[in-house]
Design a protein around this ligand. Structure first.
Ligand code: EPZ
Length: 415
């Protein structure tokens, strides 16, 4: 069990670089299963989740070569139609291989992903989509199995714009017969980037980024080359980090339009955000206005930045409210922040944050990826040193965080 010891820092000046997106690269790696030809992917972040996905697609039959942030995946033959439990139990996105496997071979078997710290996370919308495309779906021995002699294009309305279901159905529909419409689809930038990747492979997808995605099935897909989009959640985390200090920080390799709701809330807090050629500059005097936030599917405020933003609001001059509407159990960081002297009360899906003068160093625990990031941000503004336990959660989604923070003069050590 590794832990971080983090010393507070008075001012934050300099620059920090954002990597390729975790939530962008994982479905792209699954999509490589759709073709017999090699795919070259650049800006691949060195994250634990990426290594898990490598093991899953290797098990299925992929040949994966990596050098620094480049990866080549080649799947001339599918050797196994299932993802192994030992990996799926570590990472929900393993379920992204379901659509590609079903489309390419007519059979996909994946262990039921089960819930995680932030919620039940059912897969009913994914399965509803596969059934609509003509697949039969069965459950047994902890697995879900989808079978189809051939997939037939159709219209699918999603009860909720689920990112996971949109990705899986879109990938399955690329090799289906005829046209598929996904209505009330997720509009996240990672969905758009996946559609761009699939179209480079020869798919016919239009409307990604809107609530209606149209996929005209093709006979086969070829190999392609692609660079992963920048990680907007990592970028948002660093912008919030800058906002919590007297700072002049340049966050490099960012797509500003992907962070509109976050930038708007930071400006409402009284923070200066400046668009520059190399990225976004955050300038703060350290004074923070209270704001209210409601998390929503994109382009609403991202649930993945709810916890980091809560750390910022702990120091606001007044009361703020955060309402979490996407996941039913995403406040596990609250009790840890309160251990550091924050004043946060939960009432169902909303948290009321009463700003305090300062936070204290303490022993706290990361309960999931973004909750862990929120604790790192809180530790940097605390009065004295903080120890964060169970940092393996953070490793899942932040590439080489220590090195990046040390370059800014931050004292962080991994024990
Ligand atoms: C993706 O998860 C991201 N993960 C999550 O980021 C992110 O929080 C989430 O989208 C929302 O933006 C990856 O991309 C790997 P959903 P996903 O399907 O696909 C319910 C992080 O920190 N739902 O849009 O699982 C579900 O329970 C992670 O990087 C159903 O009810 O999100 C949830 O309440 C955490 N039935 C809501 O929809 C379904 O079949 C959103 O889920 C599917 C989802």
């Amino acid at each position: 069990m590794q832990k971080y010891i983090i010393e507070p820092i008075k001012e934050l000046n300099g620059e920090i670089e954002v990597d390729g997106a975790k939530n962008g690269i994982l479905p792209i790696m699954a999509a490589t299963l759709l073709s017999t030809e090699p795919c070259k992917i650049h800006r691949v972040p060195s994250l634990k989740d990426v290594s898990v996905m490598v093991e899953i697609i290797r098990h299925i039959g992929a040949k994966v070569d990596r050098d620094s942030s480049n990866m080549t995946v080649n799947v001339p033959e599918i050797k196994a139609n299932e993802a192994p439990y030992e990996y799926v139990s570590q990472m929900r996105s393993s379920f992204d291989v379901m659509g590609p496997l079903l489309a390419r071979t007519g059979l996909a078997r994946v262990p039921l992903p089960g819930g995680c710290a932030i919620g039940e996370r059912p897969i009913d919308l994914h399965l509803k989509g596969f059934k609509a495309l003509g697949a039969t779906v069965e459950f047994g021995h902890g697995f879900v199995e989808a079978r189809a002699d051939k997939l037939i294009g159709t219209s699918i309305y999603l009860d909720f714009p689920s990112v996971g279901a949109t990705k899986n159905i879109m990938m399955a529909a690329t090799l289906a017969e005829g046209v598929t419409l996904i209505e009330n689809a997720a509009k996240e930038p990672e969905i758009v980037d996946l559609a761009i990747f699939l179209n480079k492979m020869g798919a016919k997808i239009s409307g990604s980024g809107t609530q209606t995605i149209r996929i005209t099935g093709v006979k086969e897909l070829k190999g392609c080359e692609h660079s992963t989009l920048p990680d907007r959640i990592e970028a948002g985390t660093f912008l919030i980090m800058g906002a919590m200090h007297k700072s002049n920080l340049l966050v490099k390799n960012v797509v500003p339009s992907h962070l509109k709701p976050v930038i708007a809330k930071l400006i409402e807090c009284g923070i200066e955000i400046i668009e520059e050629d190399e990225g976004l500059r955050v300038k703060s005097s350290g004074k923070i206005n209270p704001v209210d936030i409601t998390t929503l599917p994109y382009p609403g405020f991202p649930t993945d930045l709810q916890a980091p933003f809560m750390s910022l609001l702990c120091l606001a001059e007044g009361n703020s409210t955060i309402v979490e509407t996407v996941f039913e159990n995403r406040f596990s960081h609250v009790s840890e922040l309160n251990r550091m002297g924050a004043k946060i009360k939960i009432d169902g899906h909303s948290a009321r944050i009463t700003g305090v003068e300062k936070l204290q160093g303490a022993d706290v625990k990361a309960t999931d990826l973004r909750a862990g990031a929120a604790l790192v941000l809180a530790a940097l503004v605390a009065e004295d040193a903080t120890t964060i336990h169970e940092i393996h959660h953070i490793d899942r989604g932040y590439n080489d965080l220590e090195t990046k923070l040390k370059k800014l003069g931050i004292h962080i050590s991994r024990i």
